[in-house]
Structure formats: structure tokens, C-alpha cells
Design a binder for this molecule. Structure first.
Ligand code: KIV
Ligand code: ZN
Length: 508
């Protein structure tokens, strides 16, 4: 069977979700898991966009082996230089150039003619080829471009040395038939296409990203750009897990395979969700919490008699175990470590000791500790590898006849402590105001979400809070068995992320 290469852009397009900005160590952790998952290419970022992103891409290129690492450049020398500097130490480095191809982009964004833009693209490919043989060219907004001009562009950039041509439906405009037609035409009519890999990149604005990507594969695409959980700009990108499982479930229909270890899908999804703070909707295909839950009596009866009656995918094949392993305060160190290892998280001795202490604290409060709890605990402590403001103490008072009030004591990076008291519409609002007073700046809460990590009254509460500080949007997250505590820690996490980003920017 033919193989379709998987290009994962969770760390670039996925990270463009407002507030989903990841710290460098979080990006590295996801990149490592993507390598375990078996993707062929990791797009690690957009190095020219910020010094922090440059550093994160370079770290991933240095540390993650067995997979090609690429990063995005606009078709200008400065961006291409930055990508090469960032990826050059990778085992298989690649430069990714993007330039518009639709008249809407040419006139609206560049105000330049087709000829000018084509010459600019060709020049950019030639420039990148001085660094590496592996150059990808993306024809931005190809879904709305003139097909003759698209064909001409693809031909000319391959002639200039592009080894991959990527056809993005940047605005998620096409339907599967239209997109399939574009890919088939390029496949049949671009004379030198045999010298390059034909790739696609679909967005989900009309909910058709997966369908368009599958259609492209049927019409000759042999590389696809995807993200874990379908994260990405606006309505997101094609979800890796959806296309990979469609190809696996229907091998005769699609006639292609991928190198993905599908048993790693669920773990990868949970990691991306917990580190970005973007929770997966329960009914999301493949990785939603209800994706394999049968609720109607008729369905349950059918599945018990013969699984295939209502299930087209065995949950185990995407890494969802049937039996849940439960740990307690009496589970020894060894059992906790082994369980973490099963979940794909190997900790150094010192990290494990810190983790074990958190585990014991939790197990004391919440007798039974599930896998989800362990994964949530991993995001506690020092998630971004940066000690900023720490919560030294929190007191809240509320009642039906009084205004909620919170007293917060913060410990600053230099060890000093200060307290402030504020009132609010509830204890969380009051605590947030007290924190703003102490930091001396106001943040605007754009979104607040609270979820329980597992079932039951003693479940941990996971909070994700999207806030705007000056003009930066950031998502803070935290988990605790106390709802208010979790909300306050998530808010502090957001503040620390903003401070960490600005400190990192100053260091480079
Ligand atoms: O959507 C898009 O066109 C992109 C390109 C950079 C491939 O993200
Ligand atoms: Zn995109």
C-alpha cells in the first residue's frame, strides 16, 4: 500500500489559537510525544515571529530525533534565515515557505501582480535551497485561487527546487469535490510533479477539513498537514486522529497507510489538551470523552452482544484502556512510577520525588487516584519551568448575607511576601481583584471554564482561564481538589505565563 506522510502542525498552526501559547518546555514535551506517536514531520513554530518561538524551535530541533523538524517562513530572506538557524541541528531539517496564490490575497494583502508574486516565490525557494535540499512551498489560499495560475506556480517552484508543494485551503472554503478536483488537476497536469511530494493543509471553517483531506488523498496527495485535536487558526485544522483512523478503518477504500502508532492517539490528545488548556468537546470524534460511550439501552445491549453492532473502532486501538487502574495512598512509589510510565511520562528522580509528594497529598484528600488525576497532577507545581508569583496564602469569606471577600498573599520571585484584600461578585472574582492589586495591573477575564477531572464529589477541579493582559491573550490552567484554589492558581498561571514570555523576549 502507498504511504501518506503525516506533517503535524500542532506547535505552529495549533499554537495560533488565541491564548494557547506554550512555554518552550511544554512545546518540547509535545514534540517528544509527537515523535512517539510516529508523525513524519513536526512543524515546531514560526521562528521569525518572536525570540521565544525561535528558541523553542531550536530546542526541539536539537532534542527530538527520528523525525523531520521544520518551521515556517514567509517568502523573505530574514524569515528563511531564522528558520534555518532554528532547525539546522535537527536530524532531518526542512524549510517551509508560505506565499499567497489567490487573487484575493495578491490584491488584498500584497497589492502585487501574479508575475511579481511568482518571481518572489521562486526566488525564496532558490534562496532556501542554499541551506538545505529539503524545501517545502505552500501556496496560501490555494482553495480560492485561479487553477491555471496555481498550476503555473506549482510547476515553477518545483523547477526552482521545492521538494514538497503544499496546497492549503487556508480559509476552509472548499468542499470535498472541489478540493479533490484541484488536487487531481495538479496531479495530472503539472509536468514535473513527480519531482516533489504533493501535500495538503485544510482548515475547518465549514466543518469539512477532514473530508477535504481524505478527498485529497483519494486524488493523489501523499502528505497531509494536521493537528492534534484539530487545533488551529479560527475553526481549526484537520484533526490528525480523524484522518488517521479513517484511513485505518477503511484500508480497502483509501488504499494507503500511515506510520502513526494509533495506540498513542488518546495519550497525545490528553497531553495537548492539558498543556494548551483547550479542552476537547465530549462528542469530538475519536478523542472526545463520549466517543466510545454507549448510552441508549438498545445500543448498550447491542455492544454487549457484539461490539461491532455500534462500534467501528476498538477503543484499545486508540489507546483507551478498558479497565481503569486506581492508585491509593498505600500504592508504593514503584506502582506510581510504573503507572506514569504506562501513561508515557518518564520523570527524572528529583522530578518524581516532587510529583510523589503531590500524589500523596492528593491521595490523602481523594482516596482513589485515577489516570486522569495523575495527568492533571503533572501540570501542577511548576508547569512552565519558571518561578514567578506564588500563592503563599488564600482566605475567602462568603455567605448569603455578605459580600464575598478574599485575602491573597503572594510570594514574589525575590522571596518577599505581600497581601491584599478585595471584594467581588464571588470569592473567585474577589481573589482575582486582590491579585491584580498586588501585581499593580488589571487583567480582563475573557473566558473561564471549570471541569471535573474524574467523576464523584471528591473529583479534582480543572480550571482554564483565558485572560487579556495589555493586548496579550493567554490561557492559565490549574487543577486542585478545591474549586476556588484551582481558579486562583489558574489565574496566577496566566500572570506567570505573561511574565515568562516577556522575560524570555528580553533575554534573546
Ligand atoms: O492555512 C495556511 O495556509 C497555512 C500555511 C502556512 C500552510 O497555515
Ligand atoms: Zn493553516
Amino acid at each position: 500500500m502507498d504511504r501518506v506522510a503525516i506533517f503535524d502542525t500542532t506547535l505552529r498552526d495549533g499554537e495560533q489559537v488565541p491564548g494557547a501559547k506554550l512555554a518552550s518546555n511544554e512545546k518540547l514535551e509535545i514534540a517528544r510525544q509527537l515523535a512517539v506517536l510516529g508523525v513524519d514531520v513536526i512543524e515546531a513554530g514560526f521562528p521569525a515571529s518572536s525570540p521565544g518561538d525561535f528558541d523553542a524551535v531550536r530546542t526541539i530541533a536539537r532534542e527530538v530525533r527520528g523525525v523531520s523538524i521544520t518551521a515556517l517562513a514567509r517568502a523573505v530572506a530574514r524569515d528563511i534565515d531564522a528558520v534555518w538557524e532554528a532547525v539546522r541541528e535537527a536530524e532531518m531539517p526542512q524549510i517551509h515557505i508560505v506565499l499567497g496564490v489567490s487573487d484575493i490575497h495578491l490584491q488584498g494583502k500584497f497589492r502585487r501582480s501574479r508575475e511579481d508574486i511568482l518571481a518572489m516565490g521562486v526566488e525564496a525557494v532558490r534562496y532556501a535551497k542554499r541551506y538545505t535540499p529539503y524545501v517545502q512551498y505552500s501556496t496560501e489560499d490555494a482553495g480560492r485561487a485561479d487553477l491555471q495560475y496555481l498550476k503555473q506556480t506549482v510547476f515553477r517552484v518545483i523547477e526552482a527546487g521545492a521538494t514538497v508543494v503544499n496546497i492549503p485551503d487556508t480559509t476552509g472554503y472548499c468542499d470535498p469535490q472541489e478540493f479533490g478536483h484541484i488536487i487531481q488537476t495538479l496531479h495530472d497536469e503539472v509536468a514535473n510533479l513527480d519531482q516533489a511530494v504533493l501535500s495538503v493543509h485544510c482548515h475547518n471553517d465549514l466543518g469539512m477539513a477532514t473530508a477535504n483531506t481524505l478527498s485529497a488523498i483519494r486524488h493523489g496527495a501523499r502528505r497531509i498537514e494536521v493537528t492534534v485535536n484539530g487545533l488551529g487558526e479560527r475553526a481549526g485544522n484537520t484533526a490528525l486522529e480523524e484522518v488517521v483512523m479513517a484511513l485505518k478503518v477503511k484500508p480497502d477504500y483509501y488504499g494507503v497507510t500511515t506510520s502513526i502508532r494509533t495506540e498513542e492517539i488518546s495519550r497525545t490528545s490528553r497531553l495537548v489538551s492539558s498543556l494548551t488548556g483547550i479542552w476537547v468537546q465530549p462528542n469530538k470524534a475519536i478523542v472526545g470523552s463520549n466517543a466510545f460511550a454507549h448510552s441508549s439501552g438498545i445500543h448498550q445491549d447491542g455492544v454487549l452482544k457484539a461490539r461491532q453492532t455500534y462500534e467501528i473502532i476498538d477503543p484499545k486501538s486508540v489507546g483507551i484502556a478498558e479497565s481503569r487502574m486506581v492508585l491509593t495512598a498505600r500504592s508504593g512509589r514503584h506502582a506510581v512510577r510504573a503507572r506514569l510510565q504506562d501513561l508515557g511520562r518518564v520523570l527524572e528522580d528529583e522530578q518524581f520525588e516532587q510529583f510523589h509528594q503531590l500524589f500523596l497529598d492528593l491521595a490523602d484528600r481523594k482516596k482513589e487516584v485515577y489516570d486522569e488525576d495523575l495527568l492533571a497532577l503533572l501540570t501542577q507545581g511548576d508547569p512552565i519551568g519558571f518561578r514567578g508569583f506564588e500563592l503563599a496564602a488564600l482566605d475567602v469569606s462568603l455567605g448569603s448575607q455578605r459580600t464575598p471577600q478574599a485575602r491573597v498573599t503572594l510570594r514574589y520571585p525575590n522571596g518577599d511576601e505581600q497581601s491584599a484584600t478585595a471584594t467581588g461578585s464571588g470569592p473567585v472574582d474577589a481573589a482575582y481583584s486582590a491579585i491584580d492589586q498586588l501585581i499593580g495591573q488589571r487583567a480582563r477575564v475573557l473566558e473561564f471554564s471549570l471541569q471535573s477531572v474524574t467523576e464523584g464529589m471528591d473529583a479534582q477541579a480543572r480550571v482554564s482561564v483565558r485572560v487579556m493582559i495589555n493586548s496579550d491573550v493567554v490561557i492559565g490552567r490549574a487543577t486542585d481538589s478545591d474549586v476556588v484554589m484551582s481558579a486562583v492558581q489558574a489565574y496566577l498561571d496566566a500572570w506567570n505565563r505573561i511574565h515568562h514570555q516577556s522575560t524570555a523576549a528580553h533575554h534573546v
